[in-house]
Design a protein around this ligand. Sequence first.
Ligand code: SAH
Ligand code: SF4
Length: 436
Amino acid sequence: MNLADTEVVLSILTDAGYGQTTNLRAADVVFVNTCAVRENAEQRIFGRLGDFKRYKKENPGMLIGVLGCMAERLRKDLMESESHVDLVVGPDEYRRLPELIEGALTGERGIAVRLSRVENYDDILPLRTDGIKAWISVMRGCDKFCTFCVVPFTRGRERSRSLESIVREVEHLAAQGFKEVTLLGQNVNSYYDERHDFADLMAAAAHIDSTMRVRFTTSHPQDMSDKLIQTIAENENICNYIHLPVQSGSDRILELMNRSYGREHYRSLVRKIRASIPTVSLSTDFIAGFPTENDDDHRLTLDVIREVEFDGAFTFKYSPRENTKSWHMGDGVPEDVKLERLNQIIDLQREISLRKNQEMVGQVVEILVEGESTKSPNDLCGRTDTNKMVVFPKGDVQVGQYLNTRIERANSATLFGTALEASEQRENASRLAANA
Ligand code: SAH
Ligand code: SF4
């Protein structure tokens, strides 16, 4: 989400005549786009702001700005505690950045944190740097008010862009040669533009170019409609991957979290998804150590992991956020217990991911080649439709190409394979052309 927002900011600033530099020392303006979901994300930002302070000493004219959710949450406090910060700008105020920079250049520290009910940056074409995969924000804000979550306070009320404007953006990306779009929202499947729901939007996006993959994140279990499941099943180029955060396996905790579903609803939803999309891969989020969570609640979470057999999970220690409802429930689970539960969740999920990945050894899977592997310059990497990363030796493969790979080995996070012969690649290419 922040990467997508940063592309909007880059577009606004480029239109105002600014250019990007990778040399921090030489920058006239430095912005950091922030997350406030957990305390440790904010701590990292304070660390970064400390680094920027040193650069500003060397280059006293440098302006420093904090963007995003932390700006929205801390507002004036951030200005007061960080005396070298010149601008504090929340997620709905980015259009004002050029004007705020102008003001700051004359010595006026600026703060803009008004939340909007309508701002969705619909008319701004994000300045993208990757030429293969693109994010598209299709809705902003969240109305769910999970009791632990700061997002409704930092990103405001839910609002959706029009289907037509999103379709135009996908068409533009397809014409530029992009091969994958991810439709983004905090609560993306509650998208509604007064005429179309999220299933309509996914179908419209998928029909633009059959060689372009369409993904989406993050969906809420409450808004996972039968129509959406059907739309994913029916469209070849909508990826068979769903990130569906469950948070906990205990009904008591889910109720305290205000997640609006119970364990049984979640399990039957997973059964329904798997019946319609047999090859689907599922990932989820967990919070360990929510207020009052006891050993029985934790065991129920481990049971859900065993039953559902997720392909992957993001697991977080509960982090109390000021002004949320759960802030008032205290933070009673001791740190060492939180950590132990977190590790048990991670270990169990790792075992399952490893087993599932090893079952793929010997199979031929199609990937979209994304670029060089971060771990080895001799390897490329790409993702399967089910969002699994495959690393393979470079050869003469092109980035942005669909490629069949044979999986040779796997760990819990990555598959390692080899690119198949050109003949099979051609077959793959002609299949894609036939789809088109
Ligand atoms: N809108 C998305 C994601 C929101 S934030 C959704 O509802 O799924 C991403 C994840 O951060 C959440 O799914 C949750 O697992 C975690 N999270 C949010 N607030 C948290 C908190 N206060 N402490 C720990 N984890 C939190
Ligand atoms: Fe936060 Fe819940 Fe909204 Fe997700 S659905 S952003 S967890 S309030």
